[in-house]
Structures are given as C-alpha cells and as structure tokens.
Design a protein around this ligand. Structure first.
Ligand code: ADP
Length: 294
C-alpha cells in the first residue's frame, strides 16, 4: 500500500486564449470543475498506475467535499482516512491557456485544518511501502507525517510544492525529493538542474528534478545519475503532470523496480496525462501506461 498524506482541492478550471494580466478581463472558451489538489492527484495517479492507495486528509462539509470523496473512491483510492470538517473544501482556481500552460491560485479551506496525522493515519503510514507528501497542508502536519514515515522505515517522497523554505527537520525525514526545475532552483539557489541536484543530494538520499518537456534528472547520494527524456507528445494541458509522474514513480519503486525502469514508467504516465485536459481526470490507468511503453 502507498499512503498519501495531503491536500484535496476542487479545481475550478477556466480555459482561455491567454491568461489575463492584472486589471484585465478576458473571455474564456470554457469552464469546468475537476477534483484535484496535489495530494489527491498523487493518490489517483498511484491508484490508476496499479497500487493500493490510502488517502489521508480533509475535505469540507460542502458539495465539493462530497464530490471529491466520490471521485477518489471511483479511482480506487481508500478514503477511510479522509475526514470531513466544518467549512469549505480547498479549491484551486486554474487558468489554462491555448499553449497548454497554466497558472493557479490555491485556497486551502479544509486542508488548512489538518494539524497532523491522526492515530489512524500513523497506523496507515507505518504499514505502507511509501508515503507521498506535498506542501499544500500546514507545514507542521507535513513534518509530523514525514517523521512518522522515517521512524517506521517507510520511504518518504516529498513534492516541494507550492515551493517554500524547507525546514531541516523536514529534509532530515525525507528519502526522496521530487521538485520541478523552478522549485529545485528556488530551494537550492543553484543555477541549472545539475547543480541543483548536487545541492539537493547534500540533504536527501535521492532526488528527481522534473524538467517539463525536457524530461527528468535523477540522482542518488550513492552516486547514481540518470537523465530521462520526456516522451514526444502534443501537450494539451500540463496540469498535474508532476503529480502523475510522482504517483507512477512511487508505484514502480514500491514494486521493487530499478530506478531506470521506474523513471520510464513515470515518464510514460506523465506524457499520457498531458495529452488530456484536467488534473485527476487526465491520469492514465496501468494498461495505458504499459501500452505506451510497449
Ligand atoms: P510539474 O507539473 O510539477 O511542473 P513538470 O512540468 O516538470 O512538472 O512535468 C513532470 C513530468 O511530466 C516531466 O518530467 C515529463 O516527463 C512530463 N511532461 C511534462 N510536460 C510534458 C510535455 N510537454 N511533453 C511530454 N511530457 C511532459
């Protein structure tokens, strides 16, 4: 089993030729709501990629909360650890432009009420092959979950987004960090992915820097280095490409596959996700990933 301790947000997605500048109003082509949030996205990605997944987090007592719970369950995610709290669910306001680029505002809502893992969360984490974390829950809660994973000998995989300063106590508990290139530059202050990778490996055992259409760069403290090109596809919507990548990577690693294979699996899953619109709705199932690799 893979545990994801993280956020659930309803994505409110507007499609527009070009995102508006400050003070500007533009007319979009289309609007829709899609269950998302980095935590829930990674949970769906991992479940579709073929793992048993427990999602640990919170939604509000509004319609979005009920919809998100149902969507996670429909993707095969175990939602027994998803609490309902009074007040609004988290939302993400997303603008997708005609080039497939995006800009996002997250309002935490129920996610902001999560102060740490519950006893049931701790039991789920301790029984997992991997724990996936992101930074859309309050930082003390993320740190406590990471430390619980580390104490139980469970690999802790951190997506450091939205990017913010990372306390030493968090990095001490993380096994693998998976930033995109902007996050890697912000965290390390290094110029270029190779230098950023070196800097990350001073703090964690393994790191993967995702480079969008340029692929991904992996390194481990034991000296292994791998560069994986992205698959050549026509990107329609890159929302949650990184979450799809991490979810699939964790599944392949939990199955004991070598890192090079796991990176190929994750790259295929992420490429399939950018071919379709939306966050969780764009993620491929295992047979699609295997067909793509074949
Ligand atoms: P994030 O979504 O977190 O910003 P990236 O943009 O780096 O992360 O994308 C994560 C992974 O998704 C990349 O390593 C790559 O494998 C895949 N990917 C992203 N954009 C594209 C694209 N345009 N074409 C093919 N694969 C892509």
């Amino acid at each position: 089993m893979i545990s994801v301790f993280g956020s659930a947000n309803m994505d409110l997605v507007a499609y527009v030729a070009q995102a508006p500048a400050r003070g500007e109003t533009v007319t979009g082509h289309r609007f829709r709501t899609v269950p998302g949030g980095k935590g829930a996205n990674q949970a769906v990605a991992a479940a579709r990629a073929g793992a048993e997944v427990a999602f640990l987090g919170a939604v509000g007592d509004d319609g979005f909360g009920a919809e998100m719970r149902a969507a996670l369950a429909a993707s095969g995610v175990d939602v027994r650890g998803l609490r309902q709290v009074p007040g609004p669910s988290g939302i993400a306001h997303i603008v997708v432009d005609d080039d497939g680029g995006n800009s996002i505002i997250v309002v935490p809502g129920a996610n902001g009420t999560v102060t740490g893992p519950s006893d049931a969360d701790l039991a789920a984490i301790a029984g997992s092959r991997a724990l996936l974390l992101q930074l859309e829950l309050p930082l003390p809660a993320v740190v406590a979950a990471a430390q619980a994973g580390r104490a139980a000998g469970v690999p802790v995989v951190l997506t450091p987004a939205p990017v913010q300063p990372l306390p030493g106590e968090l990095l001490d508990a993380v096994t693998m960090i998976v930033p995109n290139e902007h996050e890697a530059a912000a965290i390390t202050g290094a110029t270029g992915p190779d230098a950023a990778l070196d800097a990350l490996l001073e703090r964690v055992e393994e790191a993967v820097i995702t480079l969008g259409a340029a692929g991904a760069l992996y390194g481990s403290r034991s000296g292994e280095r791998l560069r994986v090109p992205a698959a050549e596809v026509k990107a329609v919507d890159t929302t949650a490409a990184g979450d799809t990548f991490v979810g699939a990577l964790a599944v392949a690693r939990a199955e004991g596959r070598p890192m090079a294979d796991a990176l190929s699996f994750a790259t295929a899953a992420a490429a399939l996700s950018v071919l379709r619109e939306g966050a969780s709705t764009s993620m491929p199932v295992r047979s699609e990933i295997e067909d793509f690799l074949a």
